[in-house]
Design a protein around this ligand. Structure first.
Ligand SMILES: Cc1ncc(C[n+]2csc(CCOP(=O)(O)OP(=O)(O)O)c2C)c(N)n1
Length: 357
């Protein structure tokens, strides 16, 4: 006997095309004000990003990963979260965190190397995770813990296309499926893991289909279309909240900038490719839609840009007014009682700083 025991499909969702034309049948319910709020959040994210790049070049913050081009994937998804949502970010989700209420000065502080900038529990955001995909396990463990304690929490974890090649990613997906956990996996497929293109990352046709292997739905969306990302995340929220288990969203987007300020994209991709993706710019796309539909005028747009600039400058001032940590602070927060070897190192440090007894 030979029979088909499983057939699978992966859907792709786009609501707003590259010219800013909208498919009315697929359009999620959003008021004019909400659409404007989405636009403002993308502009603020972009302004924050641009300023961060300048600060890094001036030596005022350290290595920084840009979000340029990925604003719709971040704002569109975060806009669909609710009070029950906990976010487990990687290191490239600044616009989502800002929308969630994380103060921008904290993000600058973190990228200046100060761990006090990495604590945003009040906004239900876990710390930034630089080790690729490790936080997927934390997210799933956290969701499982909440389930055992019968606490209502939805959990979202963000990661990149490269992150899907890590064992941690697969273990977390498997666990989430087996334990039927309310976790939304959001993959920002920005086409590159540093210099490794998506095609060399996996032989799979889509990243969304990886969810099928673990027994839950996966959808691919145009990640530069804020309406599609919002709609998919809304559906994912409904799914996880109704007890149906995890959900996977692949946002197909593009990192327009370098991987980080320590990278140079001209070494591994062509200007032609970057220019082609620049035309799909998510911010420009929403702006065109709003202009076409008379939700926005060029004058209002200027004001939105100016307001974002003012907010960002205020955050820079706040960040730079924070007193620097003492060098010995790096020993303080790991253990309740400091082990002998750290005590020795602390003593050495104090002596080298001329503070020894
Ligand atoms: C476990 C681990 N391995 C390697 C690295 C070095 N590294 C930093 S970012 C990165 C690529 C990540 O690519 P992707 O997951 O696609 O996310 P993106 O940076 O494109 O947002 C690598 C390999 C790391 N931080 N952690």
């Amino acid at each position: 006997m030979k029979k088909v025991v499983g057939e699978f499909k992966v859907e792709y969702l786009q609501v707003l095309d590259e010219k800013g034309n909208c498919d009315k049948n697929l359009m999620p319910k959003l008021s004019k004000k909400q659409i404007k709020d989405l636009y403002k959040a993308m502009i603020l994210g972009r302004q924050f990003d641009n300023r961060a790049l300048n600060l890094q070049r001036q030596g005022r913050i350290a290595t920084y990963p840009s979000i340029l081009g990925q604003e719709a994937s971040q704002v569109g998804s975060a806009y669909a979260f609710d009070k029950s949502t906990w976010i487990f970010p990687s290191f490239r989700e600044h616009a989502a965190l800002i929308l969630r209420g994380v103060p921008m000065e904290k993000l600058y502080l973190y990228y200046a190397g100060d761990e006090r900038g990495n604590v945003s529990a009040k906004q239900k955001c876990f710390p930034t995770s630089v080790p690729v995909s490790t936080h997927n396990l934390h997210a799933v463990g956290f969701a499982w813990g909440n389930k055992i304690q019968k606490k209502k929490a939805t959990v979202v974890t963000y990661f990149g296309d490269g992150g899907t090649s890590e064992g941690d990613f697969h273990e977390s997906m498997n666990f989430a499926g087996v334990f039927n956990l309310p976790v939304i996996f959001i993959c920002q497929n920005n086409q590159y893991a540093i210099s490794i293109p998506r095609e060399q990352q996996t032989a799979s046709k889509t990243l969304a289909q990886k969810a099928i292997a673990y027994g839950f739905p996966g959808i691919q969306v145009d990640g530069n279309d804020i309406f599609a990302v919002y709609k998919a995340t809304q559906e994912a929220m409904k799914h996880v909240k109704s007890g149906k288990g995890p959900y996977f969203i692949e946002c197909v987007t593009y990192r327009l900038s370098h991987h980080t300020t320590a990278d140079d994209w001209t070494r591994y991709r062509t200007k032609k490719e970057v220019d082609a993706w620049s035309k799909k710019d998510p911010v420009l796309r929403l702006k065109n839609y709003m202009l076409k539909n008379n939700f926005l005028t060029e004058k209002e747009n200027k004001k939105i840009l100016k307001d974002a600039e003012i907010k960002v400058e205020k955050a820079v001032k706040k960040f730079e007014s924070v007193s620097t940590m003492k060098p010995e602070d790096m020993f303080q927060y790991m253990y309740k009682e400091m082990p002998w070897n750290l005590q020795e190192q602390l003593q050495d440090l104090k002596e080298s700083l001329g503070e020894g007894e």
